[in-house]
Design a protein around this ligand. Structure first.
Ligand SMILES: [Zn+2]
Length: 89
């Protein structure tokens, strides 16, 4: 799963994975703005966790669909809940 992100400073979009390719420095891959000043280790761990969780979700959903095709996870609600957890809305 390709987790997209955008910078609140320059407004440019990028793949969240771009922030960890070559080592996480907390900076926007487009403009270099420090997105987590003073919280680099916490932000690094959280970004890695988000990427790991997205990958795990994709894998688990695929497995579930394979073995229980009549069980439908409510993607619309999940999406809304994820949006809330991500501070959107
Ligand atoms: Zn930026």
């Amino acid at each position: 799963m390709d987790v997209g992100a955008w910078c609140g400073h320059c407004g440019e979009s990028f793949r969240l994975a771009e922030m960890v390719d070559g080592g996480f420095d907390g900076r926007c891959p487009r403009c270099g703005f420090d997105l987590a000043p003073g919280y680099l280790p916490v932000a690094a761990a959280a970004v890695h966790d988000v990427l790991t969780a997205a990958s795990a979700l994709e894998s688990a959903a695929g497995r579930l669909h394979d073995v229980a095709p009549r069980l439908h996870v409510d993607g619309r609600k999940l999406n809304a809940d994820l949006g809330a957890a991500l501070g959107e809305s």
